[in-house]
Structures are given as C-alpha cells and as structure tokens.
Write a protein that binds this ligand. Sequence first.
Ligand code: ADP
Ligand code: MG
Length: 250
Amino acid sequence: MFLETKNVTKQFGGLVAVNNVDFSIEKGKINAIIGPNGAGKSTFFNLVSGTYPLSSGQVTYKGKDITKLPSNKIAELGIARTFQTTNLFEQSTVLDNVIVGHRLRTKSNLVDAILRTKRFKREEQKCRDKAMEVLEFVGLTSIADKMAANVTQEEKKRVAFALALATDPEIVFLDEPAAGINPDETEGLAELMRKMVQKGITVCLIEHKMQMIMKLADNIMVLNYGEKIAEGTPDEIMNNQTVIEAYLGG
Ligand code: ADP
Ligand code: MG
C-alpha cells in the first residue's frame, strides 16, 4: 500500500471533525476528496501532512508508520501539500517565493549563510535552478520576476503547485486548487495535475468543482460530517444514493 489511513480521527473540543476515516491513496493516480463545507476535508489533509496531531488512528506511508512524525519529517519523506489559501511574500518576486520555500528544506545552516561559504553559494544556485525548473513545469517561467503582489489568482494557484513540487515530492495534497478561478483556468490546472501524474507524482486533491473531479479523478472519497460516506470511481459516486442525499439534503 502507498499512503493509507486507518481510523483517523480528529476532535476539536466536542466536535469530531474527522471520524474514523480509512482511506487508501493509490500510487500514480489522481485521488480526490469531496464533501460539503465543514465535512473535514482540510482537517484530513492537516492530519496526513502532520500539520495537526491526530486524536487517534494511524497513517502509514509505504509501510512506515508516520502517525506521530512532525510535518517537516513528513515533507522529507516526499509528501507535499498546498493550503486552501496560499500566502506569498507579496513584495518578493515569484521566483524568490519559490526559492525561499525550497531553501527552508536545504542543508545550509545559519553560519554558512552569514559567512557566505562556498557551500552556501552552491546551495543557493541549486535552489535557484530548482525553482526555475518547477516554475517551468507549472508554466510560469514568463512571470518568474514578477512581484507576487501582482500575480493573478490563477497564477497564484500555479505558484502554490510550484512550492509543493520544489521538494521533489512523491505525493502532493492539493487543497481546493481550482477555487476562485474560471472554467478555462480550471481546465488548465486539471491538465497540470495530469502532467504531474505522468511525471510519476501521485495526486490527492480536495475539490468542489464536480465537473472537474468527475473528469479528472480515478478514485473519490466522500466525507460528510467527518465521516467517510462513500468511496469509488466517479461513476460509482455519481450514482450513490447516500452521496446524492448528503449533497441535496444538506
Ligand atoms: P472542510 O475543509 O471540509 O470544509 P474543515 O476540515 O476545514 O472542513 O473543518 C471541519 C470542521 O472542523 C469544521 O466544523 C471546522 O469548523 C472545524 N475545524 C477545523 N479546523 C479547526 C480548528 N483548528 N479548531 C477548531 N475547529 C476546527
Ligand atoms: Mg477546506
């Protein structure tokens, strides 16, 4: 198994935001999580990526128990994520935003930085090359030198992808990548996700845009009030009575 959760649960005080969720993420596929607002989707990402500790349950990655690992250790294992809102350094360029995001994970230490050692300069060049490589992958080479404050919503989404990809992940968790952008731009991002999969990266995304999900995903999990109420292919999900009721009855 690739990435697997077992009985994963998160309580916030009296609220059970994620309740006993078992989910298997299929390697090399586009996995999706859908569900009404407040269903626990983002919280599920926060648990799997180590952003929040679990209340109970287990997360394994390639057979290794990662339940209690901090987020930086989980990232080092090749698990990357984006957030529902991407906060960029607005007064820095797109390129610098990606470099900084990437440098946080390289080996230069403070002494290297202050002394500007050879090692530091070498690392710096490597970060820059890596940042340019991922910007090219997400189609943003032409705006690398643009101030982050001046990028469009859609470009911002692509920068978020670039930040995640800069760590050379094996799996990326994308939280509502297509929120707030138009249908053409949404199709562009879907294309980019397919390209990630072709490159060997496993994708897991949260999304509200049903048309997109139904065309894009191989496997879908539906959450409602923190519980998994269905899982299956787009066809299975669309014809699932419990799912239909959760959406219409909500
Ligand atoms: P979704 O992403 O599916 O819209 P969330 O995972 O963000 O839902 O939230 C699930 C539930 O958990 C909501 O009721 C939300 O208010 C609550 N919740 C999320 N994060 C926190 C937190 N840090 N503290 C308290 N409650 C939270
Ligand atoms: Mg959310």
